[in-house]
Design a binder for this molecule. Structure first.
Ligand code: ZN
Ligand code: ZN
Length: 202
């Protein structure tokens, strides 16, 4: 979803998107994880787009050549649990507050910092004000804006639940379902190994 910079006005405009917006569902689907290698290899376009409850609210305005994108989002991703390797639905929620400009100086590319004009734009904000991103083109791509946010929100080691017990390293059983027999066998083995070892040294 590309919005030309000339369409963005100082007074701003609200945009609302849902999973009825194909570009949005496409962007989300590209972040979905899959539990089979076959699906993983398929390009996202050919994979059926997964419907999901999605609400994205954005307001775009432009002040002194700086585009301010603000809003929030709530949606879902399919992620693989880092412990049990099962797919689960991960609730993705957050706020958007990004600044974009075609002006390299504002973007801090020259002196590596936020410059005067840029500062005055968000002087009412706290120190958490975002950096200004330089735009390479005359439009802003909302799917890029959102994907950037989402990627940061995805945990490095997603868990289907905080106390997921994972799978047995030995037999691959899902330990959330029940204990496998390995725990017992392993304990017995390590004890006997220890005994042997001690026996040799003594
Ligand atoms: Zn899990
Ligand atoms: Zn096991």
């Amino acid at each position: 979803m590309k919005i030309h910079l000339s369409e963005i006005k100082e007074e701003g405009q609200d945009y609302k998107f849902t999973d009825q917006d194909t570009w949005l569902t496409q962007a989300l689907s590209s972040l979905d994880e899959s539990d089979t290698e076959l699906n993983r290899l398929k390009p996202p376009v050919t994979t059926a787009l997964k419907a999901r409850p999605t609400a994205v609210n954005l307001n775009l305005c432009k002040i002194d050549g700086v585009v301010i994108a603000r809003g929030d989002y709530g949606t879902e991703l399919s992620l693989l649990c880092s412990r049990c390797a099962k797919l689960f639905t991960y609730g993705l929620k957050g706020k958007v507050y990004d600044l974009y400009t075609r002006n390299r100086e504002f973007a801090g590319e020259k002196n590596g910092g936020v410059t005067g004009t840029a500062k005055s734009i968000h002087r009412e904000e706290d120190e958490n004000s975002p950096e200004i991103t330089y735009l390479n083109q005359e439009w802003i791509d909302l799917s890029e804006v959102l994907t950037e946010q989402w990627v940061l929100q995805i945990p490095l080691q997603p868990l289907c639940k905080s106390d997921c017990k994972g799978i047995c390293q030995n037999c691959g059983s899902d330990l959330n379902v029940g204990r496998c027999a390995c725990a017992k066998i392993q304990t017995t083995n390590s004890f006997s190994v220890l005994k042997d070892f001690k026996g040799k040294r003594i």
